[in-house]
Design a binder for this molecule. Structure first.
Ligand code: ADP
Ligand code: MG
Length: 240
């Protein structure tokens, strides 16, 4: 579903990604870990063209998205993203937030779009909040709306960049539960998170990024109990 070949991204003279290559299969859940500033967000943002790398290739479902002829909006429809800050539109109801992109981009008919939005709200456990405004919701509820909003475009891939880092502890679980359900249903997911419990339980593979390169990637039980690389060991010893 995703193939990345020798990705390089710099900001001015700062080399952030220094040759990232990996492949992610359809339905696979990959958790990305690494120290702050190691390039995790930049990597994710390249996958939906929020950042454009200077070098490398990115294929999403067979399409080389860095090809000049590729429509960026089309790529973003296929690759949904959820951020640490939920970024909901404050002046719109929950339902309007979810319906906005499908109505605009896919010019879908509004009755069907509304039904799909309500179905997504059911999925994230917020059926009763359709008419609420973001400020009336808890952080955990807002993040679940943000997930529903991303899903409304029927993406092929979902990217999550520290989706629970801005949440109070008691709300983390409800968001992780929605993500877990999505994984069970077969969504291809790339998740940057510090929630190692989630990684252990849900990830098929964990990627450790250090200074812009993938230092180690392995199934969670292997990387957590028997990391091979010294830098992986050092990082994990700090967080456990
Ligand atoms: P992580 O998500 O692993 O914490 P980031 O990918 O956000 O790391 O950032 C990696 C490095 O790139 C950091 O040093 C950060 O300051 C820098 N960086 C990220 N985005 C930009 C940008 N738009 N302009 C300049 N520097 C950036
Ligand atoms: Mg980050």
């Amino acid at each position: 579903m995703i193939k990345v070949v020798d990705l390089h991204k710099s900001f001015g003279s700062l080399k952030v990604l220094r040759g990232i290559s990996t492949e992610i299969n359809r339905g696979e859940v990959v958790v990305v870990i690494g120290a702050s500033g190691s390039g995790k967000s930049t990597f994710l943002r390249c996958l939906n063209l929020l950042e454009v790398p200077q070098e490398g290739e990115i294929y999403i479902d067979g399409v080389q998205i860095l090809d000049k002829r590729v429509n960026i909006d089309r790529v973003r429809e296929d690759v949904g993203m959820v951020f640490q800050q939920f970024n909901l539109f404050p002046h719109m109801s929950v339902l309007q937030n979810i319906m906005l992109s499908p109505l605009k981009v896919k010019s879908a008919d509004s009755k069907k779009t509304r039904e799909q939005a309500l179905e997504l709200l059911r999925k994230v456990g917020l059926s009763d909040k359709a008419e609420a405004f973001p400020r009336q919701l808890s952080g955990g509820q807002q993040q679940r709306v943000a997930i529903a909003r991303a899903l409304a475009m029927q993406p092929k891939v979902m990217l999550f960049d520290e989706p629970t880092s801005a949440l109070d502890p008691e709300m983390i679980k409800e968001v992780l539960q929605v993500m877990k359900q999505l994984a069970v249903e077969g969504m291809t997911m790339v998740v940057v998170t510090h929630e190692m419990g989630f990684a252990r339980e849900v990830a098929d593979r964990v990627i450790f990024i250090d200074e812009g390169v993938i230092v180690e990637e392995a199934p969670p039980e292997q990387i957590f109990t028997n990391p091979q690389n010294d830098r992986t060991k050092a990082f994990l010893s700090k967080i456990f």
